[in-house]
Write a protein that binds this ligand. Structure first.
Ligand code: CS2
Length: 490
């Protein structure tokens, strides 16, 4: 079979939608750092639809920071790829996206990445670098100057390995021309734009205070809330798409139909007509971030840990088990007590839709994928609502169970004794603690003492420790099913 590209586009069945704008003639106006599946199924789709509707030179230069494959594969397909939205038993809907006009692998093509960031025709940078990419201390949201990537980039500022180092080096070149820029974080962090601004300015100030003040004056960092469930592609999923296309697409992505993007209306530059593609520009994104992080992501993580322990390979399989669904409902209800619903959101409608989305059987979103990087995901998703409840003198129940589920997961075996993979920036330390612990109490003691996760408050607070310990004992002693059934019958 031939590969997807300009030369095969005309032969693709007409039922598959594709760009109406002049893809080959499109100029680059956006640099994106983190060319993963989520970007291709989310921001790039919004840009593609906005280009269809309103034009403009808003092509994307997609930069991979750590692995060369995606940039190379897209390069071999003229930047084209397919997004398939799937829900239940419905026929998937396919669209070929043309917005990604250039792809670069930063470690090998750094000078081109920096030139793109300095180019005044580039107005926007978007980022999907995951929580750990911010090199911050999750409890203070300030830069971690001891982070190995940051230490490297301070010594070798022209060959950076972190996104912050790349932005700093690019902005250093850009400053000569003085052009403003808007940088939008699209990661699951509360106040993501503010966190990004803080860590970037902290980092730049360590090298070049004058550059830091230029950035502070010239670059805007709106917060944004992004939402779409995008599992890692499977070869079976890709093969189905290839059959529909009649050619091979090695960069296709499968995702749910649901999609949302809220951006704080604070730009230093123009932007694509994203509103025509469904983006909501609002004065304050934080309530939407809080809603999404605490209800969607918090529940997602909890289902992932409990699901892994109970032997469920996918989120959909776990969420369709009535016991897990009842747990998810209770957790959502507890988390929702910690904030005010943003304008236009009806709690019950949101909750029902969330459970339907988790249960979407067409997505093979693995519990292990969502379980990744718990040390970075727990603070905004579960520990923030926990702090809010404690501040208001309220007890913890399901939120404490979710934390205990993570602790039990880190111990490395599921309820049937099968080994579980731990993918986390702190994996080494976490596993060492689990291996060395004589019993559950000493294990929990050392986990609670990890300040970058629990801060210097929660890990010492009996109102947090006691319920978490009680759940951990039950999970370890009786397993997930028995723990949930007993708890939910109360
Ligand atoms: C998930 C998110 O992997 C995870 O941690 O919770 O990627 C989730 O699917 C997205 O945030 C949905 O918008």
């Amino acid at each position: 079979m031939k590969r997807l590209g300009f030369s095969t586009l005309a032969a693709i069945p007409s039922r598959i939608s594709r760009p109406r704008y002049d893809v080959a003639g499109l100029g680059v106006g956006i640099v994106h750092l983190g060319l993963g599946n989520f970007h291709r199924a989310h921001q790039a789709v919004y840009t593609d639809l906005a280009l269809d509707d309103a034009g403009g030179d808003w092509g994307i230069c997609g930069v991979s920071l750590h692995t060369p494959q995606t940039a190379a594969v897209l390069g071999g397909q003229d930047g084209l790829y397919t997004v398939a939205t799937k829900e239940g038993g419905r026929e998937p809907e396919l669209r070929i996206v043309g917005a990604v006009r250039q792809t670069l692998f930063a470690p090998r093509e750094m000078s081109r990445v920096l030139a793109a960031l300095a180019d005044p025709r580039v107005k926007l940078v978007t980022l999907t670098i995951t929580e750990k990419g911010y090199c911050h201390r999750p409890t203070t949201a300030a830069l971690d100057p001891e982070h190995p990537g940051i230490r490297h980039d301070l010594l070798q500022p022209e060959q950076p390995v972190t996104a912050l180092g790349v932005l700093a080096a690019g902005l250093r070149q850009r400053r000569g021309g003085g052009a403003p820029m808007t940088i939008i974080s699209c990661d699951n962090l509360q106040s993501n734009g503010r966190v990004l601004r803080t860590v970037l300015l902290d980092f730049v100030a360590l090298q070049d205070p004058a550059l830091a003040s230029w950035i502070a004056d010239t670059v805007a960092f709106p917060c944004s809330m992004v939402d779409r469930i995008v599992p890692s592609p499977t070869s079976a999923g890709r093969a189905e798409i290839d059959t529909q296309l009649g050619c091979e697409d090695h960069a296709s992505v499968v995702c749910e139909p649901f999609t949302q993007w809220f951006i704080e209306n604070r730009f230093a530059t123009e932007h694509p007509a994203w509103d025509r593609a469904g983006v909501c520009f609002v004065d304050d994104v934080e309530p939407y971030e809080r809603l999404k992080l605490r209800l969607l992501n918090g529940t997602h993580s909890a289902l992932a840990y409990l699901g892994c322990l109970a032997g469920y390979p996918t989120i959909a399989a776990a969420a369709s088990d009535p016991l897990f669904e009842a747990f998810a409902n209770s957790l959502i209800a507890e988390s929702a007590t910690t904030f005010v619903m943003p304008p236009g959101v009806v709690f019950d409608v949101y909750r029902r839709e969330l459970l339907r989305r988790f249960g979407n059987p067409a997505l093979r979103h693995t519990t292990l994928q969502v379980a990744m990087d718990g040390s970075r995901k727990l603070p905004p998703r579960l520990l923030a609502p926990i702090r809010d409840r404690l501040r208001h003198g309220e007890e913890l129940s399901w939120l404490a169970l979710a934390v205990a589920a993570w602790m039990r997961f880190v111990m490395g075996r599921d309820d049937a004794g099968t080994a579980l993979d731990l993918s986390d920036p702190m994996a080494g330390e976490l596993r060492r603690i689990a291996d060395e612990a004589r019993d559950l109490d000493t294990y929990a003691e050392r986990i609670f003492a990890i300040e970058v996760i629990f801060g210097n408050d929660l890990g010492r607070d009996p109102r947090f420790r006691e319920p978490v310990m009680a759940w951990l004992r039950r999970l370890a002693g009786e397993g997930v099913r028995a723990t949930l059934s007993a708890a939910l019958q109360r």
